[in-house]
Design a protein around this ligand. Sequence first.
Ligand code: GLN
Length: 239
Amino acid sequence: MSDSTLRIGLVLPDVMGTYGDGGNALVLRQRARMRGIDAEIISITLDDEVPDSLDVYTLGGAEDYAQRLATRHLTRYPGLQRAAAAGRPVLAICAAIQVLGHWYETSAGERVDGISLFDLTTAPQQTRSIGELVTDPVLPGLTQPLSGFENHRGGSTLGPDAAPLGRVRHGVGNGVGDGTEGVVAGSVIGTYLHGPALARNPELADFLLARAIGTDSLAPLDLPEVNRLRSERLAAARR
Ligand code: GLN
């Protein structure tokens, strides 16, 4: 790996990676390589300390027990916190939103302290939110609807230092009746969208990639199969 290689951190895929969320790292790598940018995925497992020097980080969803193991590890090895403080882009999916908040309560009613990268807390909703989720992004720089599917019992309440990623058009998002989806704090973005989110939402992928590389613009990629996937899933949400 040369010095110019883009290093994509796939954080704790051994415990956080439900619904193929590891695909987010693959999408970042592929969209970089298609533009002639050398890129590698660095997997950080429970056997590894979390490095603070990677260019971009992704974390996936998890079941309650696995989520606790991840929380303990990220607390013990605070490389992700240092990377976020240095402005490195981070994408946190579903359970990872909850772990990156101040605390979350599991469906069994146990409260677990998170790592406080997001000003939010999470508690179980009356019922599990499952299904297609479509939102209109409110993060400047994003213009296309975001699509994915959600499957979570926890509902997250944002504090004053957390902005939502989008407004819900279809589905639940952060919580029943709340109307917001996801969270943004500096360079850290969280969303309940699985899919994987970056396969379904190339604009979000390139948003993260551009920040990881440190550029304002990336050459556009024309990928008809990605457009087909997007239109098919957006149509599924209208059914
Ligand atoms: N265990 C968490 C919940 O149910 C997160 C689920 C997930 O990541 N899909 O809320």
